[in-house]
Ligand binder design. Structure first.
Ligand code: ZN
Length: 319
């Protein structure tokens, strides 16, 4: 058992229930919003999120892990307004999301830089995990960074090492946005391990975008969890392929190495909302409960496998 901080208070890891390990609520760049989204209606956005997440709870999901960090528009007061009105646990993260450069707030400040000080990122991450985010009193429950097809750029590497150091100091688990097509899960594991990270506390996110089961087994054999976490993004990999990959991993005995999610959001400002509905109509919180779990069961997965992926693995991730 371990205490897991949620937006509305600490809960026991045994009470997390069924967990979707990678869902956003709002992905909204505040600078962009203030300059270009003149039709933004704060109350309506909060109400819509409450509706969508209440619906998710009604479908049997108890907890979401929301890895919306700096670079994705993390803004806790809006998330708090939602969390206070729903019966679903929300665990938020700290970290930085970049595929390339470090944000300018850190560009000149850090070890060996113009302003030569200890890594400020690590300090901020540890503060979010131990004291709370801004003055909200909400503690982050896990860490997040990213690596894309650009690979281990200096900015990506700096964030990843800072995330690993904050993990070593606090024990908080990590999730990483990776690109499985460039095998960046393996690069991630190497960097995190060099910093002393416990790879069993790491989700190699977006692994489910790949059908390369040999690669996925290699990542899992190093101890990490595979994020089969983009159900609904059929444009990146069709539904049938995502299901077949999970089933094959189950067949090979990897139930304890997978977590499930959609990487969906109530609102994301990256896409036109109507275009998004047309291109990826099933990219919403309901898809796993309504389509994915039935398809897995029909394909030979057992109820125990489902519980392992939705309940036991997320719980162990925090313990
Ligand atoms: Zn995401």
């Amino acid at each position: 058992m371990a205490a897991v901080p949620t937006v509305t208070g600490s809960i026991d890891s045994a009470d997390l229930g069924r967990v979707l390990a990678h869902e956003h609520i709002f992905v909204v760049g505040e600078e962009y919003r203030q300059n270009y989204q003149s039709d933004w209606d704060e109350d309506a956005k909060v109400a819509d999120a409450v509706t969508q997440l209440s619906e998710l709870k009604g479908l049997g999901i108890d907890t979401i892990l929301d890895p919306t960090v700096i670079g994705l528009g993390r803004y806790l007061p809006r998330v708090q307004r939602v969390a206070e009105q729903i019966d679903l646990n929300v665990v938020v993260a700290t970290g930085v999301y970049t595929y390339n450069e470090i944000p300018f707030q850190f560009h000149y400040t850090g070890p060996g830089l113009l302003f030569d000080v200890p890594e400020p990122l690590t300090e901020l991450f540890v503060k979010d995990l131990t004291e709370g985010i801004a003055d909200t009193g909400v503690r982050a429950g896990f860490l997040k960074c990213a690596i894309e097809e650009q690979g281990l750029t200096p900015g990506v590497e700096r964030v990843m090492r800072a995330v690993a150091q904050a993990h070593v100091q606090t024990g908080a688990p990590i999730t990483v946005h990776t690109n499985p097509h460039t095998e960046s899960g393996l690069v991630t594991q190497q960097v995190l391990a060099e910093e002393g990270a416990d790879l069993t506390k790491v989700v190699i996110g977006h692994s489910g975008d790949s059908t390369d089961v040999d690669y996925l087994c290699k990542v899992a054999d190093a101890g990490s969890l595979l994020g089969m976490d983009r159900f609904g993004l059929d444009v990146l990999l069709p539904f049938e392929d995502r299901i077949a990959t999970v089933l094959e991993l189950l067949r090979r005995g990897y139930a304890e190495r997978m977590v499930l999610a959609h990487d969906a959001s109530c609102f994301i400002d990256w896409f036109d909302q109507e275009a998004k509905r047309q291109v990826v109509p099933r990219w919403n919180y309901r898809h796993i409960s309504q389509d994915v779990l039935p398809a897995l069961l029909e394909g030979g997965a057992s109820e125990a496998d489902i519980d392992t992926m939705l309940v036991d693995n997320p719980r162990r991730y925090f313990e």
